[in-house]
Design a protein around this ligand. Structure first.
Ligand code: NAD
Length: 508
């Protein structure tokens, strides 16, 4: 472990708040971090206090005055250098992500690759922050819109994607001319400090103000402070729907802006026309990958009655072959849950689902023994359920897959949409009518709709996010950058007269 910290240039586990070049000890709560992989202590981190938060905001505001004046392509060059820094540290940072969060090393490295990819995307974007030009109804007038940065962007992130989601936000926010303050999950502060170290070097090399990139370690109290502070123009928050509802209210009360990326309850439809040789591995990966702790994890499987028995038999067989153990060992398919509270939530959900009429087909076991000594390892679970079972509508952040039957495709869409969340969805079918209906307005109501691939694993080129209780926010690709900027409509009169709009006359 010491090696991983050294590779990430984290010299003191007591670093608390770090804003740019100087890291200092925060004056808030202390967080003791244990790895879910082996239960060993990673270190303790002193979080930031209210006073520390004020200091970070002041530095950010002062940095904004300089950063916003730098031409966008030059800001893109700084982001390019950050991407280069990530390329150099990919292995070390990927290992730290895996060790601190508990996802497989391949997924840890994949998460860092996503950061690199979004930097590349943002570099190109820095030359494409286009505004439209409109024809004015008045002669010799020009009308156009342009985009300016918002100012200080606050980023609150969840434990399950401890670094990639921050990068999605920050790379776009930076090229748009904003400065960013990051409050990472209190469960994964070391990965955040490692990212800060990488960007610190870039900031120093380019002689830029340190407040462009700040991190403040803390729990929900610091998150709430970020939400209520009118000096934070945009709060981009990723996490549970409970957290999103709380933040949305606070930010709306001050008429601030939010991007909300909240809980999912993602379903896969297996039609009578599905190719099961593709569907089975896609569903297993979607349901058990990252130990069911992706916002896009597959949580519900809606199977046509003609395929039901065959699909269940194949799934149960595949679950029986899963290797569970340290995520740092590539031979294992499933690593641990984040902590013992998550294990309790897994047990409680299964108990409740059984009491509501669900039947366990596989799993329902907390693993013990030397190999599983962190106490966070469990068996992925399949539960047969009716679609109206109460627990089916609820997101539990664990590998619990509810399976259910349907008879008509319309019924499958109805079941798929009949949950409060609206993040990711997928259908397996070789029938073009079914796939087109699924993508039509009468099909999936989610932010992400896939055909013949699973629910998880989004590419950075598309806008990422979901509807309903998932919060409605969009991040990453497409035109998601617009949420980090303010639109200004400008009209310019280069003529000799002063004509008014709508032909109004005002003679003096
Ligand atoms: P969480 O809501 O417990 O915490 C997320 C972050 O919000 C943390 O930094 C936490 O300190 C902060 N926070 C929590 N309550 C807060 C409050 N009342 N005010 C201000 N800040 C608060 O979530 P988690 O357990 O870290 O992550 C799992 C959840 O995140 C799941 O619901 C998952 O679906 C969701 N998630 C969504 C996406 C997405 O893009 N839609 C991506 C990743 C995770």
């Amino acid at each position: 472990m010491k090696d991983i910290l050294i590779k990430n240039n984290i010299k003191s586990p007591f670093q608390g708040v770090s804003a740019g070049h100087k890291s200092w000890k925060g004056g808030g709560d202390t967080f003791s971090i244990k790895s879910p992989v082996d239960g060993k202590n990673i270190g303790r981190v002193k979080g930031g206090s209210s006073a520390d938060f004020d200091k970070v905001i002041k530095k950010a505001e002062s940095a904004f005055k300089e950063w916003r004046l730098m031409p966008a392509p030059q800001r893109g060059e700084v982001v390019r250098q950050f991407g280069e820094g990530l390329r150099k540290q990919k292995q070390a940072l990927g290992e730290l992500v895996s060790y601190e969060m508990g996802k497989s090393l391949q997924e840890g490295l994949g998460e860092v690759q996503e950061m690199i990819d979004i930097c590349d995307f943002a570099v190109g974007l820095s030359r494409q922050l286009y505004g439209l030009q409109m024809h004015s109804e008045r002669p010799e007038h020009r009308m156009m819109e342009q985009w300016h940065p918002l100012g200080v962007v606050g980023i609150i992130s969840a434990f399950n994607f401890p670094v990639a989601v921050w990068a999605w936000n920050t790379a776009l926010a930076w090229v748009s001319g904003n400065v960013c303050i990051w409050k990472p999950s209190e469960k994964t502060p070391f990965t955040a400090l490692a990212c800060q170290e990488i960007m610190k070097k870039v900031i120093k090399k380019n002689k830029l103000p340190e407040g462009i990139c700040s991190v403040i370690i803390g729990g929900r109290d610091i998150g709430a402070q970020m939400a209520s502070n009118p000096r934070v123009a945009l709060v981009s928050a990723t996490g549970s729907t409970r957290m999103g509802k709380s933040i949305a209210k606070i930010v709306a009360a001050r008429l601030g802006k939010t991007i909300l990326e909240l809980g999912g309850n993602n379903a896969v439809i297996i039609s009578q026309n599905a190719d099961l040789s593709h569907a089975v591995p896609a569903v297993v990966f979607g349901a058990v990958g990252t130990c069911g702790q992706r916002c896009t994890s597959t949580r519900r499987l809606i199977i046509h009655e003609s395929q039901y028995d065959s699909m269940i038999e194949k799934l149960v067989k595949a679950y029986g072959q899963l290797k569970i153990g340290s995520p740092l060992n590539e031979a294992n398919h499933v690593g641990p849950l984040i902590d013992k509270d998550a294990v309790k939530a897994y047990q409680k959900t299964i108990k409740q689902a059984i009491s509501q009429g669900g039947k366990v087909l596989s799993g329902n076991e907390v693993l013990s023994g030397e190999k599983f000594k962190s106490g966070c390892y469990i068996k992925p679970t399949i539960i047969e359920a009716k679609s109206d079972l109460k627990m089916v509508k609820h997101e539990t952040f664990a590998p619990i897959l509810y399976v259910m039957k349907y008879s008509t495709i319309e019924e499958a869409f109805e079941i798929q949409n009949n949950v409060p969340q609206g993040l990711s969805s997928s259908i397996f079918t070789l029938n073009i009518r079914e796939s087109e209906k699924f993508l039509s307005v009468a099909g999936s109501d989610c932010g992400i709709a896939n055909v013949n691939i699973g629910t998880s694993g989004a590419e950075i080129g598309g806008a990422f996010g979901g509807e309903k209780e998932t919060g409605g926010g969009r991040e990453s690709g497409s035109d998601a950058w617009k949420a980090y900027m303010r639109r200004q409509t400008c009209t310019l009169n280069y003529g000799e007269g002063l004509p008014l709009a709508q032909g109004i006359k005002f003679e003096l």
